[in-house]
Design a protein around this ligand. Sequence first.
Ligand code: SF4
Ligand code: SF4
Length: 71
Amino acid sequence: MKVPNTPENNTNCLCPNCPTHNECMKDQKLFCSIGKTSCELKKQGCLCGECPVASEYQLHDLYFCEQGAAK
Ligand code: SF4
Ligand code: SF4
């Protein structure tokens, strides 16, 4: 199921607290909805696995900021 870009999902997204989330990405989150970032990133862990949005929409992947939105 696609993840809608709603205020509630934005609020619940854990990306801002993620170790991979960097300065370039500071105004970006909810990558499972909006798609991948154009920022350079170094993978340092991903919080998607413990995110309530992932639970709600039954997402199982990680690093949506790199791979793009959930299908
Ligand atoms: S699954 Fe990942 S990208 Fe999607 S809302 Fe949660 S932390 Fe953000
Ligand atoms: S998609 Fe995953 S790795 Fe990327 S910023 Fe969000 S929680 Fe971190």
